[in-house]
Design a protein around this ligand. Structure first.
Ligand SMILES: C[S@@+](CC[C@H](N)C(=O)[O-])C[C@H]1O[C@@H](n2cnc3c(N)ncnc32)[C@H](O)[C@@H]1O
Length: 263
């Protein structure tokens, strides 16, 4: 086992906090799928769109001194504190620099492809990057679930719809999670498993922070393009942060994994 160091710094950057919240919410399921795949000592792994590097760190510990982990991100600043002899952090745009073909025992990405207009091509490149017998685990979100609010709140549902609309502007697909399974089948890999995660969160609780932080990140753009007014956005934050019986769902995370067979 490799001992990974993580030098902690004061958590002030809201984007770092947001990415940490996403990881805290979704990593336990990811680790279950990686356990089921059977990640072993000596494997070479690619963690693409690694974010804060929490899963890269887990993989690094698991593959040990004879294994390797490439933690790839277009903006790897949030992995600065993570070091291990078997872990290489790479600044890389996966849409312009594909993974090396036939190089990996495992390729994993989470909440990445939905943001990339080239998602189908990149998914195909991930499949080609596997060694024969190698595994691909892809996990993508469908954010439309956040439109369901109980008791009904037209304001919160409107905010959720504004978020969805905003995703389309940059070529992202807010509903990609639901399209992942057929896309995965088109890669020709042998399908081994699928699962999905959905968490109910109540207004005014710490768990609501992930949704609040995502809303806060996009609020200036949402108001700028006129999807909502500033006063409405303030009312949205009030409803999310004030303790009440209001319940929302997180985005659904759909996970699909499979293996390159033959050759
Ligand atoms: C929503 S975050 C998810 C982070 C992490 N996978 C997780 O689930 O906690 C998406 C990550 O993908 C990275 N990313 C976005 N576009 C990318 C690209 N073209 N190439 C590599 N990384 C990219 C972002 O910088 C960000 O760290």
């Amino acid at each position: 086992m490799t001992n990974v160091q993580h030098t902690a710094e004061p958590e002030t950057d809201p984007e770092k906090v947001r990415l940490e919240q996403v990881a805290a919410l979704t990593d336990p399921a990811t680790i279950r799928y990686l356990e089921e795949i059977g990640v072993r000592e000596g494997w070479t792994c690619a963690e693409v769109g690694a974010g804060t590097g929490s899963i890269a760190r887990w993989l690094s510990n698991r593959v040990g001194n004879f294994g390797k982990v490439h933690a790839i991100d277009i903006e790897p600043a949030y992995m600065e504190g993570i070091t291990a002899p078997n872990l290489e952090v790479r600044r890389q745009d996966i849409t312009t620099t594909p993974l090396e073909e036939g190089a990996y025992d495992l390729v994993h990405c989470k909440i990445l492809l939905m943001h990339l207009p080239e998602r189908e091509r990149v998914l195909g490149e991930f499949a080609k990057a596997l060694k024969p017998g190698g595994y691909l685990l892809v996990e993508e979100a469908d954010i439309r679930s956040i439109q369901r609010v109980d008791p009904p709140s037209p304001l919160l549902t409107r905010a959720a719809m504004a978020l969805e609309t905003f995703f389309y502007f940059g070529g992202a697909d807010p509903g990609y999670g639901m399209k992942l399974l057929p896309a995965f089948r088109r890669t020709g890999l042998k399908l081994l498993g699928t699962d999905c995660q959905l968490t109910a969160v109540q207004a005014g609780t710490p768990e609501m922070r992930t949704i609040s932080l995502s809303m806060a990140k996009l609020a200036p753009v949402i108001t700028k393009v006129g999807l909502m007014g500033e006063k409405e956005i303030e009312a949205v934050f009030d409803q999310l942060q004030q303790p009440s019986d209001t319940v929302l769902y997180t985005p659904v995370t759909v996970s699909v994994w499979g293996q390159r067979i033959g050759e």
